[in-house]
Design a protein around this ligand. Structure first.
Ligand SMILES: Cc1cc2nc3c(=O)[nH]c(=O)nc-3n(C[C@H](O)[C@H](O)[C@H](O)COP(=O)(O)O)c2cc1C
Ligand code: SF4
Ligand code: SF4
Length: 434
């Protein structure tokens, strides 16, 4: 069986699956059961400064997006950081860490943006024996209006400044958790690195309104007839998270900066994808909230089976393996020509591919006598929309044209050579270069 042991920032855990800072990690009772279920580490629910505990709403705190089968695709929350007393959390962290030395406990922190506030909390966290801290610069609701969370994460200079304070006043690893609510993730990541961060973790939740009650005309979750934006997480945010992880992994200024991947990880495959794009481990929240702590056992066995099948003995062997294959559009091979192919045996004659191609693509699917659907290569631009709307998996596939064949759509002979936009005759910049 493949060895899932993961070393992230010198912290060794039995597997790369950590629980993200959120309700699953907000107390000793939960974290102990999470470790018993098999989680490799946890990031404790964000702690705030000493003082009167945080106040949460007393009505619903979640909105949701469901698939047609009512599978939960996303949660939208308006919960704040921990509302339990600081010392209670610190005592519990110390106790659990002592009993589970082989698991990671990272303490998530969010205090006001002053050096005194950070200097006050860091020694108290250090005393717990936790393995490191994660700076919550990501929470987009409630705390951001008080100048914390994403209000810090949206200003690279603040990220760098606070990270530096933490590095100067705390000896163990400092992970900076980034908000996706920005235009270009590379700037906050670069700022974290400049401040001395040992790693970045991403993404925190995406600012969102999931739905509006059309009787009360109120965004959900509704609190006495009013709603506010919340933070979106779960499977629906994974594509955005993957892209941001990849952007950081391939940016020359942050390449090599360790990344903890977060956002919609529900299965072992999601985790493997984050890791292939450069994440050294993953953090999970919504999947645990949807399926319970034991979901990690499926992740562990799935990842381990896949690694065995592929011949990977350790996670290091595939971490970052997809990064060299992430490129900019302008470098994609324009000589890569494919055509759609419909497998008549598995086709159920629903006609979705026809409607999609006829009305919104390139009128490249014929509907013949008896609802037989066939592709007209002379019109097919290979967009693959038909595959994506077809309800039968693998019923439509894309077939690559071989070099020497003539593409009936363009009349051009397909070439083996690699040719991208930077060298294309229609590109004014390419012409100027000549
Ligand atoms: C109810 C709830 C509370 C959360 N609280 C925190 C928090 O206190 N600190 C933090 O850094 N992230 C918090 N998060 C964000 C998660 O840690 C994580 O970044 C996000 O949910 C994306 O991961 P997922 O798609 O696996 O849920 C919270 C998420 C949820 C759903
Ligand atoms: S790949 Fe695009 S253009 Fe070709 S048949 Fe499918 S939908 Fe039409
Ligand atoms: S969408 Fe798929 S199943 Fe439906 S007609 Fe087209 S090929 Fe057949």
């Amino acid at each position: 069986m493949a060895d899932l042991t993961t070393n992230f920032l010198g912290i060794t855990t039995p597997n790369p699956f950590w629980l993200a800072s959120a309700p699953p990690t907000d107390k000793e009772y939960n974290v102990r059961r999470a470790f018993e279920a098999g989680w490799g580490g946890v990031v404790w629910k964000t702690l705030g400064e000493e003082g009167p505990p945080i106040v949460n709403v007393n009505g619903p705190r979640y909105g949701a997006v469901w698939g047609a089968d009512r599978r939960l695709l996303a949660l939208n929350n308006i919960e704040l950081i921990t509302d339990r007393p600081l010392q209670t959390n610190l005592d519990e962290i110390a106790r659990v860490k002592k009993d589970y030395p082989d698991r990671a406990i990272i303490v998530s922190l969010m205090v006001p943006c002053t050096e005194e506030s950070w200097k006050a909390i860091l020694p108290r966290v250090a005393e717990t024996g936790a393995d490191g801290i994660e700076l919550n610069f990501g929470c987009p609701h409630g705390m951001s209006e008080r100048g914390m969370g994403s209000a810090v994460g949206q200003v690279p200079e603040y990220i760098e400044m606070v990270t530096r304070w933490c590095k100067e006043n705390y000896d163990k690893p400092v992970i900076v958790k980034l908000t996706p609510n920005i235009t270009d993730i590379r700037y906050p990541a670069r700022a974290a690195k400049a401040g001395g961060a040992d790693a970045v973790s991403l993404i925190n939740t995406v600012s969102s309104i999931t739905s509006v009650d059309l009787d009360d005309f109120c965004p959900e979750p509704a609190i006495d007839g009013k709603g506010s934006h919340g933070g979106l997480c779960g499977p629906a945010v994974k594509p955005m998270a993957l892209n941001m992880v990849a952007e950081i992994a391939r940016d020359a200024e942050t390449a090599g900066l360790p990344i903890s991947g977060i956002g919609g990880v529900t299965t072992w495959r999601d985790a493997a994808e984050f890791m292939a794009l450069g994440a050294g481990n993953v953090q999970v929240c919504t999947a645990a909230m949807t399926y319970g702590f034991k979901v990690v056992q499926e992740m562990i066995s799935g990842l381990s089976d896949w690694m065995d099948q592929k011949g990977y003995e350790s996670t290091d062997q595939f971490i970052g393996k997809a990064v060299p294959n992430v490129t900019d559009w302008q470098y994609l091979n324009l000589n890569f020509v494919t055509k759609a192919r419909i497998d008549q045996e598995s086709c159920i004659k629903c006609g979705r591919c026809y409607a999609a191609c006829e009305d919104t693509s390139h009128q490249a699917i014929w509907m013949k006598e008896g609802r037989v659907f066939e592709v007209n290569d002379a019109e097919c631009v290979a967009c693959n929309l038909c595959i994506n709307v077809c309800p039968v998996e693998d019923c439509i596939t894309m077939e690559r044209m071989e070099a020497g064949q003539t593409d009936p759509r363009t009349g051009r002979v397909v070439s083996d050579d690699y040719a991208n936009w930077t060298m294309h005759p229609n590109n004014p910049a390419a012409q100027a270069a000549e």
